[in-house]
Design a protein around this ligand. Sequence first.
Ligand SMILES: *[C@@H]1O[C@H](CO)[C@@H](O)[C@H](O)[C@H]1NC(C)=O
Ligand SMILES: *[C@@H]1O[C@H](CO)[C@@H](O)[C@H](O)[C@H]1NC(C)=O
Length: 298
Amino acid sequence: MASQTRTTLSVLLIPLLLSLLAASAQAGSIAVYWGQNGGEGTLADTCATGNYQYVMLAFLTTFGNGQTPVLNLAGHCDPPSGTCTSLTSDIQSCQSRGIKVILSLGGATGSYQLTSTSDAQSVADYLWNNYLGGNSSSRPLGSAVLDGIDFDIEGGSSDYYGDLANYLSQYSSQGNKVYLTAAPQCPFPDTYVGPALQTGLFDYVWIQFYNNGQCQYSSGDTTNLVNSWNTWTSSIKATNMFLGIPASPSTPGYIPPNDLTSQVLPAIQGSSLYGGIMIWDRYADVQNNYSGQVVGSV
Ligand SMILES: *[C@@H]1O[C@H](CO)[C@@H](O)[C@H](O)[C@H]1NC(C)=O
Ligand SMILES: *[C@@H]1O[C@H](CO)[C@@H](O)[C@H](O)[C@H]1NC(C)=O
């Protein structure tokens, strides 16, 4: 009897141990930017792939300095005429899969800057009432409550973004947590979100290792990328950091899927802050099936 019990136990335990090992070897997530190309498919279909745990809606291109904020989702819908409210059910379907849907502020083009602490406070209030847990008669995406705000600040100035992060984080006490994320460039410190990141208030930081010659991957050479990764992970307090990479082979810094899984990920996955990868963007991922090829190794 005793030996039978032991046999039964090991039959049960070995698969459990193996699955725990597999889970710890693939502990990362994939984040993706959606919204800047009407040809990338719907938000609901993006989430239904099962490849992503975070989707950033790109971008709120105008805000701050007293301007009326403007959402730009390229060919997907037209915020001024109210057609983006149809995204409410897509957002909710993503969230029902456990995917966090986050509004991204900024982007490479746009008209944004914060001019004072009170400007930062009014942008925070606007975001809370129009995209998060507050209310307003003109919510651009309808009644869906987004999970957080992403800072993809690539122009203007670095001023008052720390205040914006602070005001947004104070809203977390009024119900659902407001996740704060950021997409700095890989040269450290980042010109625009560097000071805000010093607040330590950010949950996830997806560092852009592309369009940045001095710290991106270049054909077989991981040295600059790994040095930069180590600087980021030893300098900034955050819950997790993600390797931001392009899904398009024509974007500088592109890492072929085989190189990612055999050379780059093994060099950074040992970091306790490693959270996974961020992909720019969903359109290029559709074209190249990048996430589909690497999802098992992230
Ligand atoms: C808007 O939200 C506030 C705070 O949650 C709440 O007190 C108020 O009743 C809401 N107003 C409407 C019209 O839902
Ligand atoms: C993407 O690549 C994966 C891995 O090779 C494959 O299983 C999957 O079918 C591909 N998806 C598409 C849409 O081509």
